[in-house]
Write a protein of this length. Structure first.
Length: 174
């Protein structure tokens, strides 16, 4: 069992070194070529948390084999518990705060549906104008047309009813 524990510990240390030293370099060099390897399950199953669990399993197993008189099954059980605890600690103290701190100004056009905006350039009944829409932490302006086929004056509050390829279809907010 000592070989298993030592292998897990070595894997964890190697993973940490590779991800810290080469993570950004490989990530930019491969430019998403390995994205198919990402875990799309529950957000608690992150590579950093899993690697932390494997490392803790190996380290705890080695230490308990050397410094305790527990049977092999007891050592394995306590090592699994240590791995689970370490994984949860890594997730809640590192991974989750990092996920919450990520912010982006990028958005998909489909996200604009249902958004509230303000008319910058009047929208004629049959034609296009311009609206300012708040999305995320910023604002963006888009070409817009009247969904109801009515004139919409500058300064009116509108809601995006439909996202079309060439314009947003908006209606006056009542």
């Amino acid at each position: 069992m000592e070989t298993v524990y030592l292998s897990c510990l070595a894997f964890g240390v190697l993973f940490a070194i590779v991800s810290v030293v080469l993570g950004d370099i490989l990530g930019s060099f491969l430019d998403g070529a390995l994205d198919f390897l990402s875990v799309d399950g529950h957000h608690i199953f992150q590579p950093a948390a899993a690697a932390g669990a494997v490392t803790a399993f190996g380290g705890a197993g080695l230490m308990m084999e050397k410094y305790s008189s527990l049977p092999a099954s007891g050592i394995a059980l306590l090592s699994v518990l240590a791995a689970a605890a370490c994984s949860l600690l890594v997730f809640f103290l590192y991974v989750r705060p990092m996920q919450n701190s990520e912010s982006t100004s990028g958005y998909s056009m489909q996200e604009l549906g249902g958004s509230i905006g303000e008319v910058l350039t009047a929208i004629p009944a049959r034609g296009c104008g311009e609206v300012l829409v708040r999305i995320g932490a910023g604002v963006t302006n888009h070409t817009a047309e009247s969904f109801d086929g009515t004139d919409i004056p500058t300064g009116s509050k509108v809601v995006v009813v439909e996202v079309k390829p060439d314009a947003l279809a908006v209606s006056i907010l009542k």
